[in-house]
Design a protein around this ligand. Sequence first.
Ligand SMILES: [Zn+2]
Length: 446
Amino acid sequence: MIAGRKTLLTMLPLALLAGLTFLPLQAQTTASPMNPAQTATAAPAQTAAQPAYTLPPDELAKAITLGRIRNVLDLAGSLWSIVFLWLLLAAGAFAGIERWTQRISERRWVRGLIFFAALIVITTLAGLPFDWLGQHYERSYGISVQGWGSWLGDEAKSLGLALLFGVPVLLLFNWVVKRWPRRYWFGIWVLTLPILVLTVFIEPLLVPVFYKQEPLQQHHAALVARMETVVARTGINIPPDRMYLIKASAKSKGINAFVAGIGATKRYVMWDTATDQMPDDEILFVFGHESGHYVLHHIPKILAGSAIGMFFMYWACAAFATRLVRRYGARWGADGLASRTGFVVLLFAISLAGFLMEPASNAFSRHFEHQADIYGQEAIHGIVVDPQKTAVAAFNKLGESWLEDPNPNPIIEFWLFNHPSVAHRAEFAEHYNPWANGGHGEFFKN
Ligand SMILES: [Zn+2]
């Protein structure tokens, strides 16, 4: 979503292993801290004291409070999941589960299935209070309109998917550690690469598990026809039957749209909150932004960046986990890294590294989002009357729909935001006019 909120894939334990958030590109539009070179081409100076993104006073107060709540829950939830693993290790809980699985089955792989399923269920339950609090506040501030029954159903579905995909992956990785006790981290890294690609491939197919989905054309034929004018300009290959509308309004007031998938599953997905709340011009800008992710190859670039980052992360985590097992193994009942409990020590190291690397992956994400914002504004040049005004209006709707704070703390933005703040994006859009004085944009010749 818009400002560092977690999405579908991060629920999968794979994301825990990967320690990455390559989903951020799903969320909508972008602009980052302004680049002076680009602002040099700004429109005639307006002495507008008014910021580009504003909220009415009563909403502003709510947005500031809600922003703080989200940040605290986000940070506390991440830290808690790491501390929780440590506490369970120290209490010998995983060694206990390991012994329990040995009583249930003779087969090592069956024991592994039970062990990792238990791990996923326990860690999910540990995170549930944070999810619940998040949903509670999103509801009380009117962002979420999802009933508790439906919410609980989504939590259960997420857990089911985590078990379905996570257990086999963990079992496989644990086997690699056992098979190659010294160079296992390299083996895990090699296996992670196809799994990452497969995850990106499968992810869009899971959207209907959570949302009703229909072809965008079904109820928005005129809009799709206008979107085709943007397609003609960008030259991307997203035929109308790869454009979908999901009924997000059943759960949220927030506006969003995303691109997802790879190859045969590549698609553009619009939340119906966008089509309900935005005029067509602004939707074209959102679509232009998402098209930018495609044209600028953001999915493969993020995959490649993640692969490089994970190479070093796995290497460092292997070294760290080896030290931990040497020091605490006897106390925790971890008989080497290849044991089930020892493997949890490795997972602990990876989740800690994932948390510490979040600012780096978010910085990459913000950069790509900013590029997509520029691309979106250029893509609608000549199609809408005033791309600057259209983009600024779209950002205001976006920010207001999520009640995003117009003045987020810069440190929080740096650490947690996978999109630049709406304030930064709107401010950039307001001043971005490369066509002034006969110039052209960064990505288009006209
Ligand atoms: Zn985006």
